[in-house]
Design a protein around this ligand. Structure first.
Ligand SMILES: [Mg+2]
Ligand SMILES: [Zn+2]
Length: 237
């Protein structure tokens, strides 16, 4: 069974000054960990084919993951060793502490899998984020299955739609901020008040004429958050 989402104590009190949502793969983690994992432990050519089909809109996120899991084998021991080798943005752990000290709700919203995200975050003593992602079950014999506790039918593209989390979690009077890097973040564009973008997400924003703030790492993200908290909000670069 998927774990129940962590309760966000701030939701029952006063509005937070800022509610922060971060992508994981390529944003908090240096690499696209899901892509690395399924390239290494799955059918590499089939995986690349599936990703292209997803980019073209021929399959949705659930089909992408289900089909690849059927062709992958990964034992819990292999997953542990793999997670050990994955690096975080070097400024993310201090950003996490920064948010905790100020009681800013910090969500990790990912169209990837809890099995690797939790292992990687816990290795860095990051245990109190609000994780919203898909659930990967890893059997002792290496068989994989995936369930989608947050699937949102109205999206049609994502297995775990980031835009729907932002709309659901925000409270009136709050500002929302999203940090992302790629094509799994498109539904967050337009849902968050402030968008921080790098890599493919930045290119997308440029092409579409969407306002965003450029960043390269979580030191930059923290500087933006500090400016927002100081009342010097900005929404475009
Ligand atoms: Mg990403
Ligand atoms: Zn979506």
């Amino acid at each position: 069974m998927a774990r129940r989402p962590e309760a966000d104590a701030t939701r029952s009190g006063a509005p937070a000054p800022l509610r922060i949502f971060c992508d994981f793969d390529g944003t908090i983690a240096v690499k696209d960990v899901g892509n690395e994992l399924f390239t290494r432990y799955g059918d590499r050519d089939y995986w690349r084919h599936l990703v292209k089909c997803w980019h073209r809109g021929e399959i949705d996120g659930r089909q992408l993951w289900q089909r690849q899991c059927e062709r992958s084998r990964l034992t819990p021991q292999e997953l542990d060793a793999f997670a050990q080798s994955q690096e975080l943005d070097p400024w993310f752990p201090s950003f996490y502490q920064f948010c905790r000290q100020r009681a800013l709700p910090l969500y990790v919203v990912s169209d990837g899998m809890d099995a690797y995200i939790r292992r990687i975050l816990e290795r860095h003593q990051i245990t109190e984020v609000l994780l919203r992602c898909n659930h990967l079950r890893v059997e002792p014999d290496g068989r994989l299955s995936v369930v989608f506790p947050y699937y949102e039918q109205s999206c049609g593209r994502c297995a775990n739609c980031k835009g729907s989390h932002i709309r659901r979690e925000r409270r009136s009077g709050e500002t929302t901020l999203y940090v992302g890097d790629g094509l799994s973040d498109l539904c967050a564009v337009g849902a968050a008040d402030i968008l921080l973008a790098k890599k493919q997400l930045r290119t997308y924003c440029e092409d579409k004429g969407v306002g965003y703030i450029a960043y390269e790492n979580f030191a930059h993200v923290q500087a933006v958050v500090e400016r927002v908290l100081a009342g010097q909000a900005e929404t475009e670069d």
